[in-house]
Every structure is written in structure tokens, then in C-alpha cells.
Design a protein around this ligand. Structure first.
Ligand code: EPU
Length: 334
């Protein structure tokens, strides 16, 4: 299905009006494998929630839109499900939460598709998707063969995996297998405002649904809805710095929050650094740093990818100047 001169505006959550030469919707693995037999130069698009389009894409855009959720194994305590990459992430979360299975409720309302979830190991409110992923099925672009990556082989770390590092652009994820808990699971309620929200609603023994509802409420109060204000969630990663450096900085900025990563390293919230650098709520033409969460860059309407990247550079440079920290982008610049 080649459509020519196809606008990608509704296919990226920043709402950037870039064009694709040719847009091909992939709905089955067979179709993908057939395509790969004769084509090697293309751009893979999932939910478009982690990209900044700075130019038109002068090649085929493969829109991965296969659908399906199936139960592979089930026992008294857990459930293994196979989910197609093209499923909308939050639709999956709602399906799982509705059935009272535990594991991904803290990841409610994250934009994007299931296929992208392992690539950057999506995470929120004290949980990362790596804790639930059993294995990932992907097509090797060079050979056209389906390969399986166990959880370990995915080499998950904070906002990254093998699909973002050594196998970047080498595989197309087609299915993700999740191991969900049926009972006796431990809910993760300690992060941020979750407990406050549960207390506010007088919930003492929360269910999976209670947690999901609380997170939806918290996210809605802080993070802009891409349908209303184009954005890609956190634009930057939270920087990880050496203990000594963190200590010297916290002597200078006593109110600076930081969290332990391991014995040698601390994580500092980039949102705090960016706010402190004066960008929170500031508007520069069509773009700016969000007024409720400085980690998010927003498109106030009609922004180009170039303007967004320019703003990101402005933020990076100022943070570097003030704190001597290099913050890295979480999104992919295309
Ligand atoms: N903070 C500020 N100013 C801001 C934003 C944050 O001072 O403008 C401070 C907060 O007060 C808090 C700390 O920074 O002390 C952490 O803030 P928050 O809990 O909002 O989390 P975050 O570290 O900024 C991360 C994820 C989010 C995720 C939240 C909640 C990254 C890059 N981002 O943000 O993920 O929703 O935690 O778990 O790790 C995403 O990746 O798109 C995303 C939204």
C-alpha cells in the first residue's frame, strides 16, 4: 500500500508535519518478511512517541501495526501472554488491569506501542517493563528470520536495551511476551505521590486497578496529553553521576533531589536541573519546556523538528554551564 507524499503528523506524538515518500502498514509477520526479501532501506515507525522528525523521510516508512494478545501459558500464580508489537501500550495495560493481573499497572498511560516498550525499557513510578518481559520476538533485517531474545539477552538498563545499542536498526520487534502475576504480587506504591493519592481515596489494601487509577490521575496532573499539546514525554534521561560529584553539587544546591543507583553512582532528576536553569514553563516561539514537568518539551502548535532540537540544545547547554552535567536526550532525532 504505497500512498506517496504521506503526512506523518498524526503518527508522531509531537505532531510534527513531516512527510514520508511511501507509507506501508505492516499487519502480519509474513508481510514483513516478504517485504524484507527485496527492501533494505526503510524507516520503522511504531507509536511515534519517542521521535523528533527533523526532515521528510525520503524512503518507505514501515508502520508496524500487527495486532493480537494471546495467552501462552497459565498456572495458579502467573500468566504468560504474547502481544503483537502494533498493539497500543495503554490498551494492553487496561486489558491486564481489568483482569486484575499484576506487573504493568505502574506503567499506565505511557504513550506508544508494545513493540517500543522493550527498546527503551519504558519505566515509571518505580517499575520498569524489563521486570515483566519474558522474551522478545524480532525479525532480523539482514536475514529476514525471526529470532527470540530472552530477557537477559535484551540487556535491559535504565531507558535502554540491546535494541537501542548494538542491535540498533538491525531488528524489527514483532511480538513481546510478558509474564504477569495472578496473585500474591507485590504492588509498588512507594514512588512519588502514589501513596498520597491512595490515602486521599481512603484505600488501605490497594488492588492493581487502584494503583493504575492513581497513576493515571498523577500523570494527567503533570504530563501534557499529546492529543492536546504535542510532546514525547521525558525528552531527556535523568543523568547518572558519580557519588563524589553529586555530593559536591548538593553542597552547592542543598535542595537538589538525588537517588542512589548503585554503590558508586547517583541519579539526579533532569527535570529539577532544567527547572533550576530557568526553563520550566518558558516558551520560545512554537516550543517550550512544560510548565508542570520541565523534563518534557512541548509543541505549542506548528513546531518543526528543527525548532524542538534547537530548544533541546538550549536546555542542554544551559544545564552544562550551570551544573557541569551533560544531559542526554531520551528521544530519537530523525
Ligand atoms: N522535578 C522538579 N522539576 C520538574 C520536574 C521534576 O524539580 O520540572 C523534581 C521533582 O520534584 C522530583 C524529581 O524531580 O523530586 C522527580 O520527578 P518525577 O517524579 O516527576 O520524575 P522524573 O524523574 O522527572 C521519571 C521518568 C518519567 C516517569 C516519572 C515517574 C525519566 C527520564 N522519566 O521522571 O517517565 O513518568 O519518572 O516515574 O526517567 C517518560 O519517560 O516519558 C516519562 C514520563
Amino acid at each position: 500500500m504505497g500512498l506517496g507524499n504521506f503526512s506523518l503528523k498524526s503518527y508522531n506524538t509531537f505532531g510534527i508535519d513531516a512527510y514520508a515518500d511511501n507509507f506501508i502498514e505492516i499487519t502480519t509477520e509474513d508481510q514483513l518478511i516478504e517485504y524484507l526479501k527485496t527492501n533494505k532501506d526503510f524507516f520503522v515507525l511504531g507509536g511515534g512517541s519517542n521521535i523528533v522528525l527533523t526532515q521528510n523521510i525520503e524512503k518507505d516508512v514501515l508502520y508496524i501495526n500487527n495486532k493480537g494478545v494471546s495467552v501462552i501459558e497459565e498456572d495458579d500464580i502467573s500468566l504468560l501472554i504474547k502481544v503483537s508489537a502494533g498493539e497500543v501500550w495503554n490498551d494492553l495495560v487496561m486489558w491486564v488491569v481489568d483482569k486484575n493481573y499484576g506487573g504493568i499497572e505502574n506503567l499506565s498511560l505511557i504513550p506508544g506501542k508494545v513493540g517500543a516498550s522493550p527498546i527503551q525499557n519504558i519505566g515509571a513510578y518505580g517499575v520498569e517493563v524489563k521486570d515483566t518481559i519474558d522474551r522478545v520476538e524480532a525479525v532480523n533485517i539482514t536475514t529476514g528470520c525471526i529470532e527470540i531474545f530472552t530477557n537477559k539477552q535484551c540487556e535491559f538498563e535504565y531507558r535502554t536495551s540491546v535494541f537501542k545499542t548494538k542491535y540498533k536498526n538491525k531488528y524489527i520487534i514483532t511480538n513481546v511476551f510478558f509474564r504477569l502475576k495472578k496473585e500474591s504480587y507485590k504492588l509498588s506504591t512507594s514512588y512519588g505521590d502514589i501513596e498520597k493519592e491512595l490515602n486521599y481515596n481512603n484505600i488501605i489494601n490497594p488492588t492493581v486497578k487502584n494503583i493504575s487509577d492513581a497513576i493515571v490521575k498523577i500523570r494527567k496532573s503533570k504530563l501534557p496529553d499529546p492529543e492536546v499539546l504535542g510532546n514525547s514525554g521525558s525528552f531527556f534521561k535523568n543523568p547518572i553521576v558519580k557519588n563524589e560529584f553529586c555530593l559536591s553539587l548538593s553542597q552547592k544546591f542543598s535542595e537538589m533531589p538525588y537517588y542512589k543507583v548503585d554503590d558508586n553512582n547517583m541519579k539526579i532528576p533532569a527535570g529539577w536541573l532544567i527547572e533550576k536553569a530557568g526553563f520550566k514553563g518558558e516558551v520560545f516561539g512554537n516550543v517550550g519546556s512544560h510548565s508542570k514537568q520541565a523534563l518534557v518539551i512541548v509543541n505549542y502548535g506548528g513546531a518543526t523538528g528543527y525548532e524542538i532540537v534547537k530548544h533541546a540544545d538550549r536546555v542542554i547547554n544551559k544545564v552544562k554551564e550551570m551544573f557541569s552535567i551533560d544531559i542526554e536526550m531520551e528521544v530519537n532525532i530523525i
